[in-house]
Design a binder for this molecule. Structure first.
Ligand code: PRT
Ligand code: ZN
Length: 210
């Protein structure tokens, strides 16, 4: 029995469950349960916070998982990636107040930047030779400039409407992300066999979607 960790409730949940269903795998899904066994495939689904998924897979608590690349790379676990899944696409971007004059990334030198992705942001700023103070906050990043906490933010963007409604403009793209399938590097031969079967079905679903 292979254990897959998916997000319990959030932007990845619905599409993760849809993908498993489209692979022809059946299960009973109750929002109250933290795990469920599939009925026609040797798979058990664990429902977790997305941030916990890379760690659980790395530690072998779950064998495989579905998570955003933004979370995976921020946690330094990119090497667990097995397959890109093509949904929950978004980008991590830098944004400043709409009225600010902005000509280049060097305008951020010496500024305070609020983010939930300090590692991805630091790598980007280092590569660009920019020195800024990174303030790590866990949520509501987009209000940081209006309350005087930071002069810029680095946050996930998809349509861009959250930035606009907070009086911000996107000025740099730091990282492009989509959902990925990850796997523990230390699976038993039996589990690896189940993963290969699942991967075969996932790839067929992906081809059919194109
Ligand atoms: O509770 P848990 O910790 O599991 O969930 P979470 O609240 O941390 O994550 P969740 O459900 O918000 O996002 C899960 C994953 O979906 C992220 O890690 C990304 O990989 C992906 N994703 C795709 C997004 C978005 N699109 C997105 N738009 N994650 C967040 N957002 C937020 C963003 O933070 C901002 O507040 O949506 C807002 C911007 O959206 P637009 O459309 O207004 O630009
Ligand atoms: Zn989260």
């Amino acid at each position: 029995m292979l254990r897959i960790a998916i997000q319990k409730s959030g932007r990845l949940s619905e599409e993760s469950l849809n993908l498993i269903r489209e692979c022809g795998i059946s299960f009973v899904n109750s929002s109250l349960k933290l795990k469920t066994e599939c009925t026609n495939f040797p798979l058990e689904i664990l429902f977790l916070r997305d941030d916990d998924i890379p760690g659980y897979v790395a530690d072998g608590v779950a064998d495989i998982g579905i998570v955003g690349q933004n979370v995976l790379v921020e946690e330094g676990k990119e090497e667990l990636t097995v397959e890109k899944l093509g949904f929950s696409k978004c980008r991590l971007s830098l944004a400043v107040p709409k009225s600010d004059e902005y000509t280049s990334i060097h305008d951020l030198n010496g500024k305070n930047i609020a983010t939930s992705y300090p590692n991805l942001l630091k790598a980007f700023l280092d590569a660009q030779g920019v020195q800024a103070q990174i303030h790590t906050i866990s949520g509501s990043v987009e209000i940081a400039p209006s309350i005087g906490l930071a002069e810029a933010i680095c946050d996930i963007v998809s349509s861009g409407s959250t930035l606009i409604s907070n009086g911000l403009k996107e000025v740099e793209r730091v990282f492009k992300s989509e959902a990925v399938l990850i796997a523990s590097p230390e699976l038993s031969p039996e589990k690896r066999g189940v993963l290969e079967k699942l991967l075969f079905r996932i790839q067929a679903v992906q081809r059919a979607r194109k």
